[in-house]
Ligand binder design. Structure first.
Ligand SMILES: [Zn+2]
Length: 255
């Protein structure tokens, strides 16, 4: 009896202490498995079936940890690309957040762009009649007479542009030394005059816009070489210095 009871007494505490230990391990594993389930939202079955033996927990927990880290990295990358959501946001909260955020940000980034302003101002009121040309002669006294315009040189055939919008009032060779020349009346008391053209591209009465090609550079009339002789008239045949006139209108002709 005593032996039996002692054996029973020895056995009972042993099994009693061992079972709680195993139960404790199992509980820890279940906690680990539950943690993995929360972190991943999948793979819970594999964790539950691994049982209470020793080698499994570390492998499972490492696997779960690496997968959780990978999942968090992936989650972070999607967050960064879509919208600025706080890192503590739960996966269940992010879908509603990502669907809600893009709409206001898109409209916010689209509104600041002043597209109508750009289209409303395609060309300035006054432009360079032959951009990139080198000045060979300015307005002023030259060889005892007034050189009444600015000479702009580029290879023959270079397009000549209307300095501003207006109406063509003369176009042709009047045998007055200017060769093929064009007058544009800008309707504000001023006219511009483009001389020595190789070819004229407009006709009298035609409305032109600022920058519109009105002809091509040449050496017709009294010209030693191909150039555009550009004049500004304050009223017909009252030539003024084009340089300050154009400069106050935002065009520097280099004189
Ligand atoms: Zn000239």
């Amino acid at each position: 009896m005593q032996e039996d009871s002692s054996v029973q007494n020895e056995n009972t505490p042993d099994t009693a202490t061992e079972q709680p230990r195993r139960a404790g391990r199992r509980n820890r594993l279940i906690v680990l498995g539950a943690a993995a389930l929360v972190a991943l939202g999948l793979g819970g079955v594999a964790v539950a079936t691994t049982g209470p033996d020793r080698p499994a927990p570390t492998a499972v927990s490492l696997d779960a940890q690496s997968r959780a880290e990978a999942a968090s990295r992936a989650d972070r990358s999607t967050r960064e690309s879509s919208a600025p959501i706080s890192p503590s946001a739960s996966p269940t909260a992010s879908p509603t957040a990502t669907s809600a955020v893009p709409t206001p940000t898109k409209t916010a980034t689209a509104k600041p762009k002043p597209k109508p302003k750009k289209t409303a101002k395609p060309t300035p009121a006054w432009v360079d009649p032959m951009p990139g040309a080198s000045v060979t002669s300015c307005y002023g006294q030259r060889w005892g007479t007034l050189h009444a315009g600015i000479d702009l040189a580029l290879p023959s055939g270079t397009p000549i542009h209307a300095a501003a919008a207006g109406t063509v009032v003369q176009a042709g060779d009047a045998a007055d030394g200017y060769g093929n020349s064009v007058f544009v009346d800008h309707g504000n008391g001023y006219l511009t005059h483009y001389a020595h053209q190789s070819r004229i591209a407009v006709t009298v009465g035609q409305k032109v816009k600022a920058g519109q090609v009105i002809g091509y550079e040449g050496a017709t009339g009294d010209a030693t070489g191909p150039h555009l002789h550009f004049e500004v008239h304050q009223g017909m045949w009252n030539q003024i210095d084009p340089a300050p006139f154009m400069r106050t209108r935002g065009v520097d002709l280099g004189c």
